[in-house]
Design a protein around this ligand. Structure first.
Ligand SMILES: [Zn+2]
Length: 397
């Protein structure tokens, strides 16, 4: 997502506010319908049924009918997507909740497939198409990425409008070499590959971190509502944005590289219960420097790792397999022996049975690559080894 400052004319602002109101209305309607649902009950209405209800609601309600059907349907589709994310163990997300006026103001538009939804009119000004409002100007602060699939128009609490463009990357063709790679979300590094490569997700430099800490102390001291406080907050936001940009860039490059090199990419199944596995130190593996590592890992988990997996799923669509990470760190990838004593430290694995030694995260990545402990989506959750040939998994190479 790349965000730009939107500059609607006063008449357009009124229309955009209406769109926000409508989008919030249909979203909250959907939340209400789903609020009464729980496992075992007859299902709450799905997207198609909700669309039919929307048509009826528009017929009965002139206020809603005056708005854009596109915006309102998209609101429902966003809700359906949020529900899917909520039920997907791979992307733990909260249950979609109520949207409040003044706080969650925004709506999404799906691009009509051609670049004419977004155009540049001068060096610093672009325009984006919004139903009923027409072309709305925005500040062309950097190039709009090609292949915009949708965009979200939102108003922040200060009343400023923004537009964010979502780009879904094109799939990367599989190399057709039959090779599978395992990636472990590392403890000592950001990610380890079964090939032995260690991937480092860039963060702020030591110098930038010091500056960030200093700014945060300044912020604590600054008077609420003062100009100084505003400036400090802005500087902090800029530093954080820089870090985010670096992570995004890393995830883009790394995912493209992996999708190009391997036919099948196996990753740990990211589950909330598993998130703190590493830093807190398991019973057998009490972590050293736990506090620092906890902070570091949280950061990586929050953005770097999740983003990498999402990008892999976009680019290597259908070629990413989720592996249950149970015992991957205690199992010897050479002889298969599971022994917690083999994990000598955060970084070192040495098999107590065969003596095989490797970087602990690489050993785990090798187990993941071998596809041990696969959980099929919607399966029974029983751990079992799966010995499938990678090329059999590919519909088309
Ligand atoms: Zn061994």
């Amino acid at each position: 997502m790349s965000r730009y400052r939107l500059l609607p004319a006063p008449a357009q602002q009124a229309l955009l506010r209406d769109h926000c109101g409508h989008a919030r209305y249909v979203w909250n309607l959907a939340v209400e319908q789903h609020a009464h649902w729980h496992p075992g009950r007859k299902g709450a209405p799905g997207y198609l049924e909700q669309c039919r209800q929307l048509t009826r609601a528009r017929a009965e309600n002139p206020w809603l009918a005056a708005g854009s059907q596109t915006v309102q349907q998209q609101g429902l589709r966003d809700f359906a997507r949020a529900m899917t994310a909520f039920f997907d163990p791979g992307h733990p997300a909260g249950r979609p909740s109520w949207r409040k006026a003044g706080r969650d103001e925004g709506f999404r538009i799906v691009a009509r497939g051609q670049q004419w939804d977004v155009r540049r009119v001068s060096r610093h000004v672009g325009q984006v198409w919004v139903p009923k409002a027409g072309w709305v100007r925005f500040r062309w602060s950097r190039d709009v990425p090609p292949g915009v699939k949708s965009y979200r128009v939102a108003m922040d609490r200060a009343g400023r409008w923004h537009v964010a463009f979502a780009v879904i990357p094109d799939p990367v063709p599989a190399p057709g070499n039959g090779q599978a790679v395992g990636i472990d979300r590392g403890v000592a590094v950001a990610a380890a590959l079964s090939t032995g490569e260690l991937l480092h997700c860039p963060a702020l430099t030591a110098r930038e971190r010091i500056r960030l800490r200093r700014l945060q102390r300044k912020l604590d001291r600054a008077t609420r509502g003062s100009n100084r406080r505003g400036r400090v907050r802005h500087a902090i936001a800029r530093l954080r944005a820089r870090e985010t940009d670096r992570r995004k860039d890393w995830a883009e490059k790394t995912s493209t590289d992996l999708a190009r090199r391997f036919d099948v990419i196996r990753v740990e199944d990211l589950q909330i219960t598993n998130m703190t596995r590493s830093a807190r130190g398991t019973r057998d593996d009490p972590g050293r420097n736990v506090r620092q590592k906890a902070g570091l890992n949280r950061g990586i988990l929050r953005s770097g790792w999740g983003l990498l997996v999402r990008r892999l799923e976009d680019k290597a669509s259908g070629r990413v397999e989720k592996i249950r990470p149970a015992l991957t760190s205690q199992r010897c990838s050479a002889c298969g022996r599971v022994d917690q004593d083999s994990r000598q430290s955060q970084a070192v694995f040495r098999c107590t049975a065969c003596g095989f030694a490797d970087h602990a995260d690489v050993n785990a990545a090798r187990n993941i690559a071998a596809g041990h402990a696969v959980i099929a989506r919607g399966g029974d959750g029983v751990t079992r080894p799966v010995n499938r040939e990678p090329h059999l998994l590919l519909q088309s190479a």
